[in-house]
Design a protein around this ligand. Structure first.
Ligand SMILES: [Zn+2]
Length: 385
């Protein structure tokens, strides 16, 4: 098995708690990869010999970004809806139905090539692990094929039949379908189950029924909650012991307490508030309360069509009270935790050698230089891509 020494790293973000500081930073660092995983990390002066060497040119090196929330399987375009929103119309959950119609019409090949393009777009911006949800099919056939397509790109696939009640369908009958034959068809292709717990989508009881049915069938739960207003979703997620609950924009004190006590991760999606011109979630309040906070893109055609984790970092720092270190931690270590993964999100021996090289001396530039394409290179499992 051949090994590669990456040397001349100006700043290495390891996320290794034993190295001190939130990010476990090593200056003037080197890293050895072997067989797709990290074999050694430390000061360049102490680096062991390796078969090959790669000069990082003084760049900052970070763990690849883990995007734990995306909706990439869809067809159609909602640019006109975005323009209307920017002209003063408000965002409502029902716009999802436009995408559902286009997705049902699309062929497998069209959907697959569209996902491939978006995954490539994410990858170029530093994302090396991602989650993909279904949720624009909303029939047994279309949810199952959405998940089968997503599975070609990631193991972290999420069944989101409970995204919105399809037009002309009785809500109770639809929940029965989602928890019955649709769930059964989704099972071979999904690791997770999710629901959109929001006014205009699914209420607390319906979301609970979906999550419990998924759990009984062997899927792990995650939840969209408290995006457009206060609601029962965050406390439901905490009560069910979910790994993560996503959005968390409108929180009462009891929600924050429940997150802290349960250990459920709050995954904040600042691209959504940016793209819908809504107030941002208060990351500072959550962090100060001792809640674990992750950041993700929520890349989707309606409320947030960005695939850029660097943009999310910049927004979280500028608008949500996070430090640059907290934001970087939230898209690496915390993103991995939000997917229950202990093999990515950090650069420590034994982890996958998924890395981002920045054309910058430090991770701080991701927030300090917003909108600038700083990602100079991405390595997947020990290989430059
Ligand atoms: Zn979402």
């Amino acid at each position: 098995m051949s090994s590669t020494l990456i040397h001349h790293i100006g700043e290495l973000v390891t996320n290794d708690p034993q190295r001190g500081g939130l990010l476990g930073i090593v200056e003037d660092a080197a890293l050895v990869v072997e067989g797709g995983t990290v074999a050694w990390v430390g000061a360049a002066a102490d680096a062991p010999p390796a078969d090959e060497a790669y000069d990082a040119g003084g760049r900052a090196v970070l763990p690849g970004f883990v995007d734990s929330h995306s909706h990439l399987v869809f067809a159609g375009d909602r640019a006109a809806e975005f323009a209307a929103r920017m002209a003063g119309e408000s965002y409502a959950a029902g716009g999802i139905r436009t995408t559902v119609a286009a997705t049902r019409e699309a062929t497998d090949e069209q959907l697959t090539s569209h996902v491939a393009r978006l995954v490539q777009e994410m990858h170029r911006q530093g994302t090396t692990t991602l989650e993909i949800k279904s949720g624009y099919g909303l029939t047994t056939r279309d949810e199952a094929r959405s998940l089968a397509i997503a599975r070609q790109f990631t193991d972290e696939t999420t069944f989101l039949g409970a995204h919105v009640v399809p037009e002309g369908t009785d809500p109770a009958a639809y929940v029965e379908l989602v928890t019955g034959s649709m769930l059964e068809a989704a099972l071979p292709h999904a690791r997770w189950i999710d629901a959109f717990c929001e006014r205009g989508a699914f209420d607390g009881d319906q979301a609970r029924a979906v999550l419990e049915a998924g759990r009984t069938a062997g899927l792990r739960g995650r939840l969209h909650a408290n995006q457009l207003g206060p609601g029962p979703g965050v406390r439901l997620a905490a009560e069910l012991g979910l790994l993560a609950v996503d959005h968390c924009t409108y929180l009462e004190d009891a929600d924050v307490d429940a997150l802290r006590d349960s250990g459920t991760i709050a995954t904040l999606l600042p691209g959504v508030e940016f793209s819908t011109r809504q107030p941002y979630p208060d990351a500072r309040r959550l962090l100060d309360a001792g809640v674990r906070v992750a950041l993700a893109s929520d890349c989707n055609p309606g409320s947030c069509f960005t695939s850029s984790i660097p943009l999310c970092i910049a927004l979280a720092v500028r608008e949500m009270g996070m430090t640059p270190a907290e934001a970087v931690h939230a898209v690496t270590q915390r993103g991995a935790e939000a997917l229950g993964r202990d093999d990515v999100g950090a650069l420590v021996p034994g982890h996958r050698a998924d890395l981002v090289l920045l054309d910058a001396p430090t991770h701080v530039h991701l927030a300090y230089r917003p909108g600038v394409p700083l990602v100079a290179g991405v390595w997947l499992a020990g290989r430059p891509t």
